[in-house]
Design a protein around this ligand. Structure first.
Ligand code: SF4
Length: 339
């Protein structure tokens, strides 16, 4: 079986080259041409000698994700549907603003966590993505938009901390100077609250950002939205976040999807301010992006404003995330589910 070189860190590529009799400096060259120059054929890595190229053709491969659909929103958001080499599909979203060009990438095909407001959760879990399948989403999006991506959020399909090793490897490739060279501070992992993963992440020597998909400030409400709360309740989650902050000293972002009549009252806002008051953080309010056949609805702009106006003076920092790509099924998992 051929070795997929896109699945290797620079260190692993060095070992591969040594094993195949290629000189050590070749590993840096190959890594650079794959991830910086986006070359997916050994033929296109023109600095290789004929002999080295022949070895690589025989022993290695450079697969690519196949883009099977691109939906373009009026607000310039683009949604990509990819086919993987085993025929499975998954999505990424490109979100441009004046200051940033962000890609929201997936980390699993489907998801085990079954959050009741999420289309991906409804479609079940198939498998983890390998590291190259995570990084190549960014590469393929860049190749279409023809602009450099500035920020990455691991917030698409799947729970990143349940695919820990592959996610960390992907981040190292994205962050590497010889690779995509995107600063760790521009990379955000968003988790539903996998406590062991948060504690493990705290020990990694990486300055990436952490976001928590919170969505409710009491266990009773959160369990209704996110079954994972039964395993890691709010107490356990906030204890882990205290530990995380004591090591990293980096502000945490809480995402709060605002759902009509469920978590959008002033009491909910008060509970949210209280539960987050002891940890340096920012709260990101995201009005629910409606999905088909969902019992949940989007609150009216008046309710959103009331919630934020009440929360703003009593919480540390509050932002409203405008909904992007709602005309192209911008919510996670919608496009794949439709297929
Ligand atoms: S919201 Fe995230 S963690 Fe929850 S089911 Fe969807 S993809 Fe999984």
């Amino acid at each position: 079986m051929k070795t997929n070189l896109k699945n290797l860190t620079l260190e692993e590529l060095k070992q591969f080259c040594a094993g195949e009799g290629l000189q050590s400096y070749r590993s840096q060259q190959i890594f650079r041409w794959i991830w910086k120059k986006d070359k997916n054929r050994f033929l296109d890595i023109t600095t290789l000698s004929k002999k080295d190229r022949e070895v690589l053709e025989e022993k290695a491969e450079l697969p690519q994700l196949e883009i099977i659909k691109i939906l373009k929103s009026r607000d310039r958001t683009k949604k990509f549907l990819f086919r993987l080499t085993d025929g499975e599909t998954m999505e990424s979203v490109y979100i441009p603003t004046k200051k940033r060009k962000t890609v929201c990438v997936s980390t699993q095909v489907g998801c085990t966590l079954n959050c009741s407001f999420c289309m991906t959760g409804r479609t079940g879990y198939i498998r983890n993505l390998s590291s190259w399948e995570i990084v190549d989403q960014v590469r393929r999006v860049e190749s279409i938009i023809d602009e450099r991506i500035s920020n990455i959020v691991l917030m698409g399909m799947g729970e990143p901390l349940l695919n820990y090793e592959n996610v960390l490897k992907a981040i190292k490739i994205i962050n590497s100077e010889l690779g995509m060279n995107i600063g760790a501070r521009k990379i955000t992992i968003s988790t539903a609250g996998i406590v062991p993963g948060i504690l493990k992440l705290a020990k990694e020597p990486l300055q990436i950002k952490l976001a928590i998909s919170l969505n409710a400030a009491t266990d009773a409400k959160r369990e209704k939205l996110m079954p994972i709360n039964k395993k890691y309740n709010l107490r356990k989650l906030f204890d882990a976040l205290d530990d995380y902050y004591s090591i990293k000293r980096k502000r945490i972002t809480f995402e709060y999807v605002l759902i009509k009549g469920f978590n959008d009252s002033l009491i909910d806002a008060k509970n949210l301010a209280e539960i987050t008051e002891d940890i340096p953080c920012k709260i990101n309010i995201i009005p629910f992006n409606s999905i088909k056949n969902s019992k949940f609805k989007r609150p009216s702009p008046i309710i959103v404003k009331k919630f934020i106006d009440y929360l703003y003076p009593i919480a540390q920092a509050v932002t409203l995330r405008e909904s992007r790509g709602s005309d192209i099924e911008g919510a996670c998992g919608q496009l794949r589910a439709r297929r």
